[in-house]
Design a protein around this ligand. Sequence first.
Ligand code: HEC
Length: 140
Amino acid sequence: MNGRSLLVLAMALASSSASFAQTPPPMPAQLKPVAYKVVDGNKVDNDTLQGWRTWRALACERCHGAKQEGLVGPSLIDAFKTLDKNEFHRTVFGGRVDKGMPDFSTSQMMQKNWENLFAYLKGRSDGKINPGDLHAIDSN
Ligand code: HEC
């Protein structure tokens, strides 16, 4: 390696460590940690509220039940005891069309909110979020 390429390498290293100092490194696979905040069972943080709205807008209850208890599709209360975020991602983006689970990959709402939807369903499965309508924590 000649002096010039060493210098380029050094500059590249310096600039990459500088950008790390400003923004924390992303989590592996760019996933947010699963987090939902809930008060009184039916008031949640805004992200989780978007997750619930996505559930409603895409009408997942047609097959999984209004309380996620299962209908023609399996209970998501049970599924979320073990389903991890990557598996959830694979299931909604791609579906299991041969088994009756639609592919939601063209839904912009799903693209934007799948992690929020995951958090909402986790909260339901944990028994912390009530079935039915939700409100923002900071609304009265
Ligand atoms: C038309 C019916 C239908 C709709 C609508 C539907 N699902 Fe499903 N879903 C299914 C079926 C059937 C399965 C089971 C597939 C299988 O046997 O592997 C399933 C499986 C799943 C699983 C995997 C469960 C497990 O045990 O691994 C998840 C997660 C899921 N659905 C989430 C959703 C979400 C979120 C929505 C709304 C965006 C939704 N589904 C809408 C029918 C549906």
